[in-house]
Design a binder for this molecule. Structure first.
Ligand code: FES
Length: 616
């Protein structure tokens, strides 16, 4: 039976959505507590929109009963061919199909579609990387567009790679309709026979640095003698990505997935179920049941995107040793959801949270190993019991985070991945927000303590990452002098697109250059480690002090006082240099990167393209 008689006009119980943000285009919807086709009802009721209904019958709505009553659930897969890992066809697209079938079992209509993605691994170190961060905003734009234009009543998003997750969450914060995220899951580790050890994608970049500096050798066991460094590289390339799934360390994809689970935006276990596990397929089926609960209880993304849930995200990121990109994406998601989160919150949480996880890139284990000892829910359970994670926050299941993990087993006895709170790797978080005359509006450093807590060195300045990559590939960075390698004009506007600099950071680690700190207004891959500082704000393209630094200036980085300063450059000298500085012409004058460079805000506010004008 239809929800409303077959009338025309707007007298069908539709009202202004009480949970919609008035800054967006407003859509009418049915009140909560009634039929679940709250937004789609506008075009499927009566005969006000006969063309819409004709198209929907053509698209597969089976009968009038379903037309009038069935809720429409958009299933957004961030999928494309050509990336073997995190957006893989046989993987995310297949998950979307499982979700669609499960949605239909719930007597709802599932509409599968895709958003574009960028593989950070394939674009790393080349011009393609400039498109990476802005793909986050394109994903958000795409899902907002389909959800709102098509009057979807809910959205289930299935992302796999770094930017895809904040992208789908930013979309959810904008449309603010019931939403669940299913993480595509992490990849299994590979094995190199020539190195005789486990390998993953970041091994490739570190091996490249090791090869340049003559440190890449095959093991010399019987049967594998006489192999060249090039043979070893080939072996690593062949075996680092053995199947579907996101990069396996606590890099950005797993940082975002674990954080979003701690925020209550996924089903429990989503972030640690491997991509090819049976649990991942079951999660896809269960998501369809749970989205119905989310719709019935009118749980909206902005009910879950709160200061408390972002605090959980930050705590878990510190505990697990997550990526600097997490900071950028948390700020962006909070900005979109209009939650007053700032760099000061990152600092505050970092100061009170220990670093516990022996996970790559700075540690030994991968997500697959964490899954085997209990996974993210077991970690959350431990942290809720310790009072570090807020278990009272609501989640997509309609239960609290603590209730979601209550029945989960504790971390396996004797496991070595998560250290006890009484014996942390570092007493405070590894992500530090630095300020000083080099970065007056902030910079984000990843300092695990393994390379020390402070660094002083002479600046060596590169105006683009490729200049540094060239110097590294020629072995032109000496070992006998403390150097701060500054890579500038790689910020959100200047890059444009704030490219990740894993190629350089990994080459430095692979070459064993312990005399180096790396500083940039660009960003780093989650796989980057070493003494690294990114997101320097204001960026060089906006005339920040990073544009004024010269070769030979002394830079002091202090991760205890949270400072980064040019200590031998006076304010007067900086003023003089500023008078001579001229902004370089934009690198992209047309196209998506030019549009992005015109719109994007600074990294200290998440580098978003539709900045929330708040005064918090
Ligand atoms: Fe996508 Fe690593 S390149 S998760």
């Amino acid at each position: 039976m239809s929800n409303t008689p077959a009338t025309t006009g707007y007298s069908s119980g539709l009202l202004d959505d009480p949970k919609a943000d008035p800054q967006y285009i407003q859509f009418k919807c049915l009140p909560p507590g009634g039929p679940l086709n709250r937004w789609s009802h506008e075009v499927t009721r009566g005969h006000d929109y006969p063309g819409a209904q004709a198209m929907l019958y053509g698209a597969g709505v089976p009968n009038e009963e379903m037309m009038k009553n069935a809720p429409h659930v958009g299933i957004a897969t961030v999928w494309w061919e050509g990336n073997p890992v995190c957006n893989r066809p046989t993987h995310l697209l297949e998950f979307g199909k499982i979700v669609k079938r499960a949605v239909e079992k719930q007597k709802m209509l599932g509409w599968q579609y895709n958003a574009v993605g960028v593989s950070d691994a394939i674009t790393m170190g080349n011009e393609g990387m400039r498109y990476s961060l802005q793909s986050r905003d394109i994903i958000a734009d795409s899902i907002e567009t389909v959800t709102c234009a098509q009057h979807h009543d809910a959205n289930i998003a299935i992302p796999g790679c770094d930017k895809n997750m904040p992208g789908v969450v930013m979309a959810a914060a904008r449309h603010n309709r019931p939403f669940i995220m299913i993480y595509g899951g992490a990849i299994q580790k590979g094995y190199s026979e020539l190195l005789e050890r486990d390998v993953n994608v970041s091994t490739c970049y570190e091996a490249s640095g090791a090869m340049t500096y003559g440190k890449l050798h095959a093991k010399t066991n019987p049967g594998i003698e006489g192999r060249t460094p090039s043979d070893v590289m080939s072996d690593i390339e062949h075996h680092s990505c053995p199947g579907a799934g996101a990069c396996g360390g606590m890099y950005t994809a797993n940082t975002m997935a674990t954080a979003l689970e701690a925020m209550g935006l996924t089903l429990p276990g989503s972030s640690s179920y491997p991509a090819l596990s049976p649990e991942k397929s079951r999660e896809c089926e269960r998501a369809a049941e749970v989205i119905k609960v989310t719709m019935e209880k009118d749980i909206r993304p902005r009910d879950l995107l709160t200061k408390e849930s972002f605090e959980n995200a930050l705590v878990l990121t510190m505990i697990l040793g997550g990526s600097t990109n997490g900071v950028l994406h948390f700020l962006a998601m909070a900005n979109t959801a209009e939650v007053p989160l700032a760099l000061e919150d990152v600092d505050r949480v970092s100061n009170k949270t220990p670093f516990l996880a022996d996970l790559a890139p700075s540690g030994k284990y991968l997500m697959e190993d964490l899954y085997k000892v209990g996974g993210t829910p077991s970690v959350l359970k431990m942290l809720i019991a310790a009072g570090l994670i807020n278990g009272d926050i609501p989640t997509v299941t309609g239960r609290t985070l603590a209730e979601n993990v209550a029945d989960w087993p504790s971390l396996s006895p004797g496991q070595k991945i998560i250290r006890p709170l009484s014996d942390p790797i570092k007493e405070t978080g590894h992500l530090r927000v630095l300020r000083g005359n080099f970065a007056p509006e902030g910079a984000v450093a990843k300092i695990t303590g393994k390379e020390g807590l402070s660094f002083t060195g002479k600046a060596r300045v590169f105006n683009k990452e490729h200049e540094l990559d060239e110097a590294l590939s020629k072995g032109a960075i000496p070992r006998d002098e403390n150097l701060v390698l500054v890579v500038r004009y790689e910020g959100p506007r200047g890059g444009p697109g704030m490219p990740e600099q894993l190629r350089a950071s990994a080459a430095i680690m692979g070459a064993g250059l312990k005399n180096i700190a790396l500083v940039t207004d660009g960003r780093y891959s989650g796989a980057s480690h070493g003494f690294i500082v990114g997101h320097v704000t204001p960026e060089a393209a906006r005339g920040g002090p990073i544009a004024l630094v010269k070769d030979g200036d002394t830079i002091v980085i202090d991760a205890i006082k949270n400072r980064i300063d040019m200590t031998n450059v006076s304010d007067e000298e900086l003023q003089e240099r500023r008078k001579l500085w001229k902004a370089p012409p934009p690198r992209a004058k047309r196209g998506v990167l030019a549009k992005y460079a015109r719109l994007v805000g600074d990294a200290s506010h998440g580098a978003v393209t539709d900045q929330w004008e708040s005064d918090f």
